[in-house]
Design a protein around this ligand. Structure first.
Ligand SMILES: Cc1cc2nc3c(=O)[nH]c(=O)nc-3n(C[C@H](O)[C@H](O)[C@H](O)COP(=O)(O)OP(=O)(O)OC[C@H]3O[C@@H](n4cnc5c(N)ncnc54)[C@H](O)[C@@H]3O)c2cc1C
Length: 342
C-alpha cells in the first residue's frame, strides 16, 4: 500500500486527500499534516472563546462561480449544495462587482466547513500542530521531518502550502528543484492584509442595511462583513460577529509589525466608518502574510512535479488562481499525477 503525505489541510490539500481516497480507495494510506491547530488554511472560520457569538470567517468570504467553472466543476458545486455546505448568496454585499452570469455562494456553517467536508471524506490520518520543517530523500522514499524533531517516511509527498513556505523547507528540496522550477516558484507574489474579527454578546443587534460592504474611501479598511447576516442563518441566543479586512497597501505597509500593534489602528478606523459600534466581548486579529496570489506560477499548470521518484508534487492556489475554483483545479491536477504514479 502506497503511503502518501499531503502537507496542508487547506482546501487544496483536503480536496486532494478526498479525491485520492475516492480514486484509489483502500489501496493508499493517506496522511494530512498541518502546522495549524485545525483545518481550513486561508478558508478558516474563527470561533469566539465562549461560543456566545457567531463564528467569523477570517479569510475567504464567499465563493463565486463563473459560467465556465459552474459547468466544469459542477459535480463539486452540486455535492456541496446537496450537503448544505453552500447556499446561493441572497444578502446585500454593497460594492460587490457582480457579473450577471456569475453565481455567488455563501457557507451557512462558515468557510472552513467546505474544507472539513472534503477532509471528512478522505479517511486520512490527520495531524494538526504538525509543522513540516524538512524533506530528505531516502532511496525510493521521502523522510519528512517535523518541528518537534521526529520524522516519518512516505512514498509520495504533496506540498500545498504557500510557495514561500515551500521554499523554506530544509533538506533535499533545494537539490532536486531544477533551475527553471526554482525561477518559476520565485515569480509567485502574494498580497498581504490583516483581518480582525469582533465578537458581540447576544443582546447586541447590528442593524446595517448590508450584510457585507466593500469600502472604497478608507486607506486602512477594504471590507466589512456581519454574521449571521452574510451566511443568512438563524442563530437564536447567539451574538453577532463582524469581520474587517484591511486594504492590501495597508497590509504591506505594516507587514513586519506585530498584529497586537496594528489591531488598535484598525479598530480606530472601523469606529470612524461605523460610529456607535458597541463594545465587543472578544477580538481576534490575524495577519495574512500570504493572502491572495497576485502572480501565479507561469501558465498556471495546477501543480509542479518536482521529482517523479520518490514523488514530490507541489499544488495550491499559486499554481492556478486564488479562489475556490483555483484550488479545485490544482487538486484535480495533483490527483492526475498521483494516480499515474502510484
Ligand atoms: C483575506 C482573504 C480573503 C479571501 N477571499 C476569498 C473569497 O472570498 N473567495 C475565494 O474563493 N477565495 C478567497 N480567498 C482565497 C482562498 O482563501 C485561497 O485561495 C485558498 O484558501 C487557498 O487554499 P490552499 O489549500 O491552496 O492554501 P492554504 O489555505 O494556505 O493551505 C495551506 C495550509 O498549509 C499549512 N502549512 C503551511 N506551512 C506548513 C508547514 N511547514 N507544515 C505543515 N503545514 C503547513 C497552513 O497552515 C495551511 O493550513 C481569500 C483569502 C484570504 C487570505
Amino acid at each position: 500500500m502506497s503511503r502518501v503525505l499531503i502537507v496542508g489541510a487547506g482546501l487544496t490539500g483536503s480536496l486532494c486527500a478526498c479525491l485520492l481516497r475516492r480514486e484509489l480507495q483502500n489501496k493508499v494510506h493517506i496522511e494530512v499534516w498541518d502546522k495549524a491547530r485545525g483545518s481550513g488554511g486561508r478558508m478558516s472560520t474563527s470561533r469566539p472563546p465562549d461560543a456566545s457569538s457567531h463564528p467569523a470567517d477570517l479569510g475567504a468570504q464567499y465563493i463565486t462561480a463563473t459560467p465556465f467553472y459552474a459547468q466544469s466543476h459542477r459535480s463539486f458545486y452540486t455535492e456541496l449544495l446537496n450537503a448544505g455546505i453552500l447556499k446561493p448568496l441572497d444578502c446585500l454585499i454593497e460594492g460587490l462587482q457582480h457579473k450577471a452570469d456569475n453565481r455567488n455562494y455563501i457557507t451557512p456553517l462558515g468557510m472552513s466547513s467546505v474544507v472539513k467536508h472534503f477532509l471528512s471524506q478522505s479517511g486520512a490520518n490527520l495531524c494538526f500542530d504538525c509543522h513540516v520543517t524538512g524533506l530528505y530523500r531516502r532511496g525510493a522514499s521521502w523522510e519528512v521531518q517535523r518541528k518537534q524533531g521526529d520524522s516519518k517516511t512516505f512514498d509520495a509527498v504533496v506540498l500545498t502550502m504557500p510557495v514561500p513556505q515551500i521554499l523554506q523547507l530544509q533538506g533535499d528540496l533545494g537539490n532536486v528543484l531544477s533551475v527553471q522550477q526554482r525561477s518559476h516558484l520565485d515569480t509567485v507574489v502574494y498580497s498581504s492584509r490583516f483581518a480582525v474579527a469582533l465578537f458581540f454578546s447576544p443582546d447586541v443587534v447590528l442593524n446595517f442595511p448590508w450584510a457585507a460592504r466593500y469600502v472604497s474611501d478608507n486607506q486602512c479598511i477594504r471590507y466589512i462583513a456581519v454574521e449571521p447576516r452574510k451566511s443568512n442563518t438563524d442563530a437564536p441566543g447567539v451574538g453577532p460577529s463582524l469581520v474587517v479586512h484591511t486594504s492590501v497597501p495597508f497590509g504591506v505597509e505594516h507587514l513586519e509589525q506585530e498584529k497586537d500593534a496594528i489591531q488598535p489602528i484598525i479598530l480606530q478606523e472601523l469606529h470612524k466608518l461605523l460610529p456607535g459600534l458597541p463594545q465587543p466581548i472578544s477580538i481576534k486579529c490575524q495577519k495574512w502574510r500570504y493572502s491572495q496570489v497576485q502572480t501565479s506560477v507561469p501558465d498556471c499548470p495546477g501543480h509542479m512535479t518536482v521529482l517523479e521518484r520518490p514523488l514530490l508534487v507541489c499544488g495550491g492556489d499559486a499554481f492556478s488562481h486564488s479562489n475556490f475554483d483555483g484550488c479545485v483545479e490544482s487538486a484535480l491536477s495533483v490527483l492526475r499525477v498521483l494516480t499515474a504514479s502510484l
